[in-house]
Design a protein around this ligand. Structure first.
Ligand code: DC
Length: 227
């Protein structure tokens, strides 16, 4: 019986972390968890409840009322994010949420609330989790840590095309690039759990390699750790 490991995938916005994490989870029969979706769900809840991000007291009151789950949709081969029983997958991918999620993810009580849940999910191993602080904070002892990166223009182009494919006809390339650069800067310069490669992470720059190539490279790394 091969041993189960945890795989941490961190990196800049729109690097394809989710795509790789999903492929690895499927190949290894592991659970895939998108922690960015959890920060987005909290951001959505703050917007819905008209709570300012500076209003620490209301945030503290709101957090215990939030139950975040994922439901796998086989027809789409995609996990939908569910907040208190309601599917909010489309809402959390909007530019409104994208523009507010980095400031929200700087809030200490939001981070500790979500990190606690993420650690619980990973305690029995067999998880592929993607985010910004998985290898450094959530699972510092993950057996495999991958840090993904790619040139900003290449990432923005991929994200822009995805938004257009999903029916967003108004979004512009410059808007996407600006959101991405701004999130990268905020995520890597914040005081609490900044985005940075763990010292033992394997760096994967996918600017000029295909999804298939990056999947095979990463699967090799995982199998080396498992066997
Ligand atoms: O992966 P994503 O782009 O959906 O993540 C949205 C934001 O959430 C990202 O800009 C920073 C924050 N985040 C974080 O701070 N820590 C994580 N583990 C995952 C996401």
């Amino acid at each position: 019986m091969p041993r189960k490991i945890n795989i941490a995938i961190d990196g800049y916005s729109s690097c394809g972390k989710g795509t790789l994490a999903k492929q690895l989870a499927k190949a290894l029969n592991y659970l895939f968890i998108d922690t960015g979706a959890m920060y987005r769900a909290v951001t959505y809840a703050l917007l819905e409840n008209r709570i300012e991000i500076s209003d620490q007291i209301s945030i503290e009151k709101l957090l215990p009322q939030l139950e975040i789950n994922f439901i796998y949709r086989p027809d789409e081969n995609y996990n939908h994010t569910i907040l208190n029983g309601v599917d909010i997958e489309d809402e959390i991918r909007s530019m409104e949420v994208s523009n507010l999620v980095s400031p929200v993810s700087k809030i200490d009580i939001v981070r500790s609330f979500l990190v606690r849940q993420q650690r619980k999910i990973g305690e029995n191993k067999g998880v592929v989790m993607d985010g910004r602080d998985i290898g450094t904070v959530v699972f510092p002892d993950a057996e495999l840590k991958i840090f993904m990166t790619a040139k900003p223009e290449i990432r923005a182009r991929r994200r822009f095309e995805e938004l257009r494919r999903n029916g967003d006809e108004l979004v512009t390339f410059d808007e996407v690039l600006e959101n991405l650069n701004s999130r990268d800067l905020q995520d890597s310069s914040r005081a609490n759990s900044p985005l940075k490669p763990a010292s033992d992470a394997k760096v994967l720059d996918n600017s000029f390699i295909t999804r298939d190539e990056q999947f095979h490279i990463s699967l090799e790394w995982a199998l080396e750790k498992i066997n």
